[in-house]
Design a protein around this ligand. Sequence first.
Ligand code: NAD
Ligand code: GLY
Length: 360
Amino acid sequence: MKKLLVELGNRSYPIYIGSGLLNQSELYTQHIKAKQVVVVTNTTIAPLYLNTILKNLQSFDVETVILPDGEQFKTLEYVTHIFDKLLASKFSRNATLIALGGGVIGDMGGFAAACYQRGIAFLQIPTTLLAQVDSSVGGKTGVNHPLGKNMIGAFYQPQCVIADADVLDTLDDRQLSAGLAEVIKYGLIRDFEFFEWLENNINALLLRDKQALSFAIERSCLNKAWIVAEDETETGIRATLNLGHTFGHAIETGAGYGTYLHGEAVAIGTCQAADLSRRKGWLNDADVERIIELFKKCNLPTYPPEHIDSDRFLELMAVDKKNVDGQIRLILLTKIGAATLPIDIDRKLLEQTLKTYGRK
Ligand code: NAD
Ligand code: GLY
């Protein structure tokens, strides 16, 4: 097992990465301070992993909340189901919430933990590749609003993250690929050596080679932990983690939540950001091709849907947390392995990308 640390002073916490971790009860019980525990998960993950968790929590008073599965349920309404259970069970401020699932459950569970009685402890047990390499680390929690993705939320750090690579055995290929989009992101924004490693090892990852997967999870979490420690609340460098996400969120919202997986939308958005970086003169054609090729090898989409035209993109991209005074701001690449902070984008250049990249 590998143990990394997210260094945030008295809110620092470990990320455990390895195999068979769900059965190591002390890993999570050491982070639970009192008897009351609520496990939040969904209808897909519960039959797979909930019993394992419950077996290890026999000395606690445990309640469970099993939410419907899907991005479309990542709403305030469904977070309220968690509050309902906590209140009906008379859970107090020293209760602990365990989020067992992918990024949707992690974001919702974390947000519920941040709000319930102004904050209870929570543990992240991420079960998708995307959640293990990105969403479970760094304390971004929240829900979607019909007008924008992740628009309601809070920064709230967990007590620990337990990333058990074995749970990825039950993840379908499409979800695994979606997770790889966020893995590639770390190579693109700050770790060229990792980008090259990914180019050389992508087949092993797609074949779920455990050693390759564990390395990719660890290297991604190292990158993420470093960034979060530098800039917890995204006043600077943390924004680079949003490479491709403004385009991607527009695709997710525009196509209807759940149509594109988050990682798929990010893959397309990253290709759009690469195209725009080329227009700025920072990447050359070969760089852009290289990036697109790696996403394609992961079986990820690389072109935006036809039905979201340039005007609709602009409308959707106007709702973004990085924007200032209505000005769209984006993360671009200055080379493979280095990203800008959010920069104001010349509208004409952006429209060129929106109108021509991946359009017939
Ligand atoms: P998800 O949570 O919807 O999980 C994907 C699917 O896989 C779901 O159907 C889920 O039930 C299923 N699943 C999960 N684990 C499984 C397993 N081990 N075996 C079989 N099926 C399993 O999606 P995701 O890709 O994990 O997360 C996407 C969400 O994460 C988005 O809402 C996105 O906004 C959010 N996100 C948040 C952050 C952050 O920093 N907080 C970062 C990136 C993404
Ligand atoms: N996934 C983006 C962030 O954590 O900042």
